[in-house]
Design a protein around this ligand. Structure first.
Ligand code: DMJ
Length: 575
């Protein structure tokens, strides 16, 4: 507006000037234009690329290379050489200055990016949320292409997964009107009295985790009440001979079972091993020790078992308490078990020494038996099947960069630097898995065999479903190193998401990241709002926004406060 005002002002002055002063102004303007032209010419000569050659040609009728080969016997040319050298030295200095400035700009870029992404993230979250509101309000997820609700059977007939998963993101991004709207929906509509089978793990990380975070951030009692109510509904899942819970549970009958495809009726490591954080908080908030007892018992069962090469197989039979197939993975079926060992220690104000010991021992076994470097120098975490390595790394496994960075500080035997190095190498590999695709989005799994590195070779591993793990790792790496490349990589992901995943009715996954144009899967996953957009936001936020010393993120990116020894039941304030 100021500029427009100035323009009006100049316009007015010119119009109202007398004919004489008008001619004077004309002369003045002419002079100005002329001197601008001269300045431009000089500027072009000095600063255009290859200006040294241009200078040599224009001023000395010889190239800089020729000058260097001169003998210096001719006095005229000696003068020229001297002058030229001065100019070249100046150019070199200017060049060095320009390099320093470029480096500075690069340092500054994250701030610019930050501004862009702060605007962009608002737009992204607003768009994802508004689309869900418009087309799928109350359903679990949104189908952004067909513009309707989507209900995954992971949640039985519990509704509103996106609402509960997004609550804390809305709060953190200060979208308070939407947060209030979501709160009202929870109060009136979130109902766990359903006669349906749910995934204990999924309901715990998304619903219990989401409600707990919403409670700790906002202090609203409804979230505490609902989290405890749901936690109580999950308790029958632990009624097995060993106390290792079932994967699936009917919330009405309390009858549980395991996935029919899981080795000999086994429970899954990443599922029964990813209850600890939420259940410790449930005990704290309810005063009921049962929650904590159930998850501590899982530890006891695991402690009694032999671990092949110190590794934890993905399958454990809840009846016999014996391992199923000896498959080991830091990706699907195993991933968040390791994450929760470390985070249990951190969330306990570093009092859970057993969690700490188990985490660092497991990480050592992973390093020895699963972590490998490709011939092209990329570090990856392979999978282990009955003693044989499968040189494949999942998108899910990419969270490990962030986990290892988060734990590096407490690493035993001076291994902090070593673990930070591992974390940064894993981040680099995962970035490569994005960079080597056409759409610049990461495949579900990528391989290091048959002559490829960090590339998906099987058609059914080429999809991208808006997963957060790679951005999660960038966020942790940024917090611990402040290396601008992590923000740049995050920004690359934003651009790819905007270009290929954004459709008219929200954000969608894509079926093949190597295709020349995206084929959309028509699902806006609830974890896109819970995790992907939240981690992106935090990647570009200041470190004191949800500081890692005070908050521990559950595996669905729901922040839970560290339980201080002296902590009361009062909700924490967002820092
Ligand atoms: C999320 O639900 C959680 O991060 C979980 O631990 C693994 N998979 C999805 C996101 O990819």
């Amino acid at each position: 507006r100021m500029m427009r005002k100035n323009i009006y002002f100049i316009h007015f002055r010119i119009k109202s000037a007398s004919p004489t002063s008008f001619r004077l102004t004309e002369k003045f303007i002419l002079l100005l234009v002329f001197s601008a032209f001269i300045t431009l010419c000089f500027g072009a000569i000095f600063f255009l690329p290859d200006s040294s050659k241009l200078l040599s040609g224009v001023f000395f009728h010889s190239s800089a290379v020729e000058t260097n080969t001169r003998t210096g016997t001719d006095s005229d040319s000696n003068v020229a050489v001297g002058t030229e050298e001065k100019i070249l030295t100046k150019i070199r200095k200017d060049h060095e200055k320009a390099l320093v400035e470029a480096k500075d700009t690069l340092q500054k870029r994250p701030d610019e990016i930050k501004q862009d992404i702060q605007d962009e993230k608002d737009k992204m979250m607003t768009f994802a949320w508004d689309s869900y509101k418009r087309y799928a309000w109350g359903s679990n997820e949104l189908r952004p292409v067909s513009k309707q609700g989507h209900s995954s059977n992971l949640f039985g007939s519990i509704k509103g997964a996106t609402i509960v998963d997004a609550l804390d993101t809305l709060y953190i991004m200060e979208m308070f009107e939407d947060f209030d709207m979501a709160t009202e929906w929870v109060e009136k509509n979130l109902d766990f009295n359903v006669n349906a089978e749910v995934s204990v793990f999924e309901v715990n990380i998304r619903f219990v985790g989401g409600l707990l975070s919403a409670y700790y951030l906002s202090g609203k009692e409804v979230f505490r009440r609902k989290a405890i109510e749901l936690g109580e509904k999950l308790l029958p899942a632990f009624k097995t001979p060993t106390g290792i819970p079932w994967a699936l549970l009917n919330l009405k009958s309390g009858i549980g079972r395991n996935w029919p495809w899981a080795s000999g009726g086994s429970s899954i490591l990443a599922e029964y091993g990813t209850l600890h954080l939420e259940f410790m908080h449930l005990s704290k908030l309810s005063g009921n020790p049962a929650f904590a007892e159930k998850v501590m018992n899982i530890r006891k069962v695991l402690n009694r078992l032999d671990k092949p090469q110190g590794l934890y197989p993905n399958y454990l039979n809840p009846n016999s308490g014996q391992w199923g197939q000896h498959h080991v993975s830091v990706g699907g079926l195993g991933d968040s078990f390791y994450e929760y060992l470390l985070k249990a220690w951190l969330m306990s104000d570093k009092t859970d020494e057993e969690g700490k010991k188990l985490y660092y021992e497991a990480l050592q076994a992973i390093e020895t038996s699963l972590m490998r470097k490709s011939s092209g120098g990329l570090t990856y975490i392979a999978e282990w099947k009955g003693g044989l390595l499968e040189h494949k790394m999942g998108h899910l496994t990419c969270f490990a960069g962030g986990m290892i960075a988060l734990g590096a500080d407490g690493a035993p035997e001076d291994k902090t630097g070593h673990q930070m190095e591992q974390a940064s190498e894993i981040a680099r590999t995962c970035h490569e898995s994005y960079a080597r695709t056409t759409l610049k989005l990461g495949p579900e799994a990528f391989r290091f065999d048959g002559g490829v590195e960090a590339i998906a070779t099987r058609q059914n591993e080429k999809y991208f479903i808006l997963r957060p793990e790679v951005i999660e790792t960038y966020m942790y790496m940024w917090r611990f190193t402040h290396d601008p490349k992590y923000r740049e990589w995050g920004w690359e992901a934003v651009q790819a998401l905007e270009k290929h995943c954004r459709v008219e009715g929200g954000y969608s996954g894509v079926r093949d990241v190597y295709a020349s144009s995206p084929n959309h899967d028509d699902v806006q996953q609830s974890f896109y709002l819970a995790e992907t957009l939240k981690y992106l936001y935090l990647l570009f936020s200041d470190d004191d926004h949800l500081p890692l010393e005070h908050w521990v993120f559950n595996t669905e990116a729901h922040p839970l406060p560290v339980i201080r020894k002296e902590m009361t039941d009062e909700p924490s304030q967002l820092e």
